[in-house]
Design a protein around this ligand. Structure first.
Ligand code: MF3
Ligand code: CO
Length: 249
């Protein structure tokens, strides 16, 4: 699939999708506390979507059963909400969510602390979010995907954490996944050049330990092989003449 550049009007539509994604993620954040299940979070998101009359992006995608992905502790991505998964103080939960509004997608993720978390987990969250911001800061017309990946990777590895290699970010627009792939690692100057009108989802997944992941027998949940904690932050961003515009805010 070729890279599809978006017009300013299309980027405005993606901004509407992105704002709803952000709003629902903030609603989910407000519900996260010890004793709540990941399925309670799913129900809160479903109810809000119903009120808004908005369609979720993930449910039904390759048979995925829910509107949220909820990945707890060593789960990296694509955890499936479950009424059996009770959150407890000290856990971290990565919530990934997307919508389609007027034919255009928005996609974002945040990792949320459950009650009080230990210092190592807090540092993992801080560093992963900072790595996303560093990737976003590298976005401008003429910069390369390697510049973005190197910016993310640099922040992560300086802190002794690892970037997951098996999942990457992506172009996004009238489809949830478009070209190009957006790795969270790379070398400055390498890879495709960014152009005004490109819209990409940058989504570092960071393990406190080693980068390897494996998929559980449910066919979805990816976990850190070494059992270490994992965090995930994602924004949908447009490349503009002045640099990145974050759409999922
Ligand atoms: N946010 C994920 C991504 O960027 C989408 C989750 S996959 C799904 O690829 F199957 F759950 F939809
Ligand atoms: Co994504």
């Amino acid at each position: 699939m070729a890279v599809v550049l978006k017009s300013p009007q299309e980027i405005e539509k993606m901004g509407r999708a992105g704002r709803i994604v952000h709003e629902v993620l903030e609603l989910v954040r407000s519900k996260v506390k010890p004793g709540v299940t990941t399925y309670d979070l799913e129900k809160a998101a479903v109810a809000r979507l119903k009120d808004l009359g908005v369609k979720a992006a993930f449910k039904g995608y390759q048979g995925y059963p829910c509107v949220l992905c909820t990945s707890v502790n060593s789960e990296v991505v694509h955890g499936i909400p479950s009424p059996k998964r009770v959150l407890k103080a000290g856990d971290i939960v990565s919530v990934d969510f997307g919508v389609v509004v007027d034919g255009y997608y928005g996609d974002a993720a945040v990792t949320i602390p459950v009650g009080a978390i230990d210092a190592d987990a807090a540092r993992l969250l801080k560093v992963t979010e900072a790595s996303l911001q560093a990737g976003i800061a590298a976005v401008r017309p003429g910069a390369t995907l390697g510049d973005v990946g190197a910016a993310v990777q640099g922040v992560v590895e300086r802190e002794g954490f690892s970037v997951v290699r098996d999942f990457v970010g992506h172009g996004i627009g009238a489809n949830m996944h478009e070209d190009p792939q957006v790795p969270n690692f790379g070398a400055p100057g390498q890879g495709m050049k960014l152009r005004t009108g490109m819209v990409i989802a940058i989504e570092p997944m960071v393990n406190a330990g080693k980068p390897e992941v494996m998929v559980l027998p449910d066919g979805w949940t990816a976990v850190a092989k070494d059992g270490s904690m994992s965090a995930h932050f994602e924004h949908t961003v447009a490349v503009t003449a002045d640099g990145a515009r974050i759409l999922t805010v």
